[in-house]
Ligand binder design. Sequence first.
Ligand SMILES: Nc1ncnc2c1ncn2[C@@H]1O[C@H](COP(=O)(O)OP(=O)(O)OP(=O)(O)O)[C@@H](O)[C@H]1O
Length: 239
Amino acid sequence: MLWSRALVRHRGGGPVLRGVSAGVREGELLAVTGTRGAGKTTLLECWSGTTAADSGEVWFNSAPVHTLSAGRRERLRREHFGFVGPEPRLLAELTAAENAAVGGMLRGLRRRAAEAAAAEWLDRLELGELARLRPDGLPREAQQRVAVARALTGAPSVVFADDPTACLDTAGSARLLRVLATAVRSHRMTLVLATADPEVAALADRRLHLTDGRLTPDPGWGAGEKRRQAGYRADGDGR
Ligand SMILES: Nc1ncnc2c1ncn2[C@@H]1O[C@H](COP(=O)(O)OP(=O)(O)OP(=O)(O)O)[C@@H](O)[C@H]1O
């Protein structure tokens, strides 16, 4: 449903993506992996229309994204895509429930419907009474769960999650990923997840590995991956 051909993007004077031809299917959970600076964030930004490519093509549902004006790309993002970043970035003046409802309203739901949908996701994300609080009254991990609820409310076609567990501990990270994966599967959404963490990438149906802006064979993540496949649950040293 979303793919690129020969995608090239320069940043800071040098190439960051060097001809990436790849895509994600509808309903798929795709992990984009690679070490720091490999180009994961830039690929998500180009696929989502957040950033324009320097050359190459991006297609969403058989329509070209690379030829759209900045305004049209902004509309595409707002209506069809949900985003979770490494930081929650919630609106400080709104409660958790209101923050989550904003996602639905951006995707065209009326306020009441957005609030109802947000309440459902906040429930599934086990926010409970915390939903009535403003972000500064919430622990970091709860704030990130609110950001996930905001991304899911209104059921976007594609959820882009860029290093969504960066600010979480192991338990919080596992819980957030479990809910995210279950939500995306149950609502037939598509997930594109950027991560350098093999434990996080393990939840995906498929992985694309980037090295210096190029697709390269998945390294299999060495011993850590072998232990995971053998049922080992990392507690820090398996990464
Ligand atoms: N706004 C920018 N200006 C200049 N260089 C940038 C900018 N954004 C990213 N870069 C550079 O582009 C390269 C790819 O960055 P990108 O964030 O896409 O990689 P990444 O794989 O997501 O890395 P990380 O895991 O650290 O987030 C890096 O070398 C980075 O320093």
